[in-house]
Design a binder for this molecule. Structure first.
Ligand code: SIN
Length: 312
């Protein structure tokens, strides 16, 4: 059976639904080029700020028993670097380029959004409302009034379709409250669920120590630790949002988790920890595994099972 993994959404045509999670393999041109040259269906830049940032002190990423922990602190080359990359990127290559923005203030976000708007490039923006690794700064996505305010200001200056990267939510009341905020912005066309599960603590029992330096060891969890939470967020936002796409991110390391995210409602899916650990070859492997699962189940395209998770 011919398996078609392609996905078309918001005018974006992807050969397959897989791309990097912002933060992994996307800080430098060389890394972005490597994702572009891989089997991924798209690529996204590292969340950028107005000026370049070194990020938090090292070590700031560690492999953990069931995934990873990181407290990178938004190391990035500054938005102009990614804007320049978007200007020279071959948008006709068939691999859409997404741009992640994560200003340290609302004003920074507005300045960067205006610059991307004025450049008139065929890139979709993912506005990051959920970095958990900035000491002293709360994740905007956990403050519904602040999220609403940010989005109200964003849509005043940015008239193109855009998306937001959300933190994980853990309570049905919070899913509903955030969905109601997001539903009041028609040009907000997609959400990415989830960012890392913020401020976990991984302990090395031999060393009797934390495993990363920033925030006394607290960091965002990824990998197996977060899969059920990611799936819950994908499924709940798929149900609660009007006419918006959900991009799944969290715990995808094989075709099985990719299948689960799409079954829960994801339009496309991003890979973080597994990409960090395995490199860009993971895309071809995961896609082959996903195609094999689909074939075994008799599905020829993603729409055959997307969002069709059964409940009891
Ligand atoms: C980081 O750079 O600290 C990660 C960014 C994020 O999780 O949003």
């Amino acid at each position: 059976m011919a398996i078609d993994l392609s996905v078309s959404w918001l005018g974006v045509n992807m050969e397959n639904p897989l791309y990097n999670a912002s933060g992994v393999m996307c800080r430098s041109r060389e890394e972005l080029d490597a994702v572009a040259a891989s089997a991924a269906g798209a690529l996204i830049t590292k969340s950028c700020t107005l000026s370049a940032r070194e990020g938090n002190p090292e070590p700031r990423y560690a492999t953990a028993p069931f995934g990873s922990i990181n407290s990178m602190g938004l190391p990035n080359a500054g938005y102009e670097y990614y804007l320049d990359y978007a200007k020279i990127y071959d948008h006709a290559s068939g691999k859409p380029l997404f741009v992640s923005i994560s200003g340290m203030t609302l004003e920074e976000n507005l300045t960067m959004l205006k610059a991307f708007r004025d450049a008139e490039l065929p890139c979709l923006v993912e506005l990051n409302l959920s970095c958990p690794n900035l000491p002293g700064k709360a994740q905007i996505g956990y403050d519904f009034a602040a999220s609403s305010h940010v989005l109200s200001e964003v849509v005043k200056v940015y008239d193109k379709p855009f998306g937001v990267k959300l933190p994980p939510y853990f309570d049905p009341v919070h899913f509903a409250e955030m969905a109601s905020v997001l539903n009041s912005f028609p040009s907000l066309k997609y959400v990415t669920c989830i960012n890392s599960v913020g401020n976990g603590l991984v302990i090395d029992i031999d060393q009797e120590s934390v495993v990363i330096k920033p925030k006394a060891g607290l960091g965002g969890l990824g990998g197996d630790y977060v899969l059920p939470t990611a799936l819950a967020n994908v499924r709940e936002f798929s149900r609660l949002l009007d006419d918006k796409h959900v991009i799944g991110c969290g715990g995808i390391k094989s075709g099985r988790e990719a299948f689960m995210h799409i079954l829960a409602g994801a339009t496309a899916i991003q890979v973080g920890t597994c990409l960090y650990e395995e490199g860009v070859d993971c895309f071809a492997r995961i896609l082959n595994e996903l195609a094999a699962i689909m074939e075994a189940k008799g599905y020829s395209k993603l729409a055959d099972f997307r969002g069709k998770l059964r409940t009891m």
